[in-house]
Design a protein around this ligand. Sequence first.
Ligand SMILES: C[S@@+](CC[C@H](N)C(=O)[O-])C[C@H]1O[C@@H](n2cnc3c(N)ncnc32)[C@H](O)[C@@H]1O
Length: 212
Amino acid sequence: MTIPIPDLKPFFLTYDDLGEGPLSWTEFFGNSNPVEVEVGTGRGMFLVNAGETRPDTNFVGMEIEYTEGRHAAKRLLKRNLLNTRILGGDARVGLPKFIPSQSVVAMHVYFPDPWWKRKHRERRIFNDWFLREVSRILVSGGILHAWTDVEEYFQVMTDVVSANPDFFHLPPPEERPAAHDMDYHTSFERKKRKAGFPIYRGRWERVPHSPV
Ligand SMILES: C[S@@+](CC[C@H](N)C(=O)[O-])C[C@H]1O[C@@H](n2cnc3c(N)ncnc32)[C@H](O)[C@@H]1O
């Protein structure tokens, strides 16, 4: 017996659901509110909180693991958070294909997989190519947020961004004690802070795009 997979549209969409690309955000969301994108959404703690507390902003989560993305989408469905959607698929494919240039006010990357083994390092999402995509997608003055508990990966991120003249560094947000068990930015932040790991938080601003 096969168990039917519940239809989570429009909260969970695969790339096959999206057509050719690039997307038109106004058609996609039915409004012209600003759009923020999270790469590697996991179970969706950031997206659910952000979507709920900032109803006048649209949020897109990109998640390669359908099981994780669908779990997050069920939380969006339960709250009917129509300003918040998950795109199931590899962001390395979805970013260039679906996300229009200069259309996003903030990019979020929280606790990207560190791929510990040296021979797997090329699988890391945060690299020169990724940053060029972020640079293309962000509007002038748009913000890139990237957090990790892996000090060495954070140094790589910092080096990659410092080498790119399209960004300048902003002071990172301050850490404050969690008031309750849901008072964390993401599930991984909760897990790592509770285990006593320091968290490295990066924040950078996109310099104005050159006139075309
Ligand atoms: C370590 S988890 C962190 C999840 C969440 N950001 C958090 O902080 O709780 C990294 C997530 O990135 C997703 N991911 C890894 N590579 C990806 C890719 N190329 N495109 C989209 N998602 C990806 C993984 O499936 C996983 O859910």
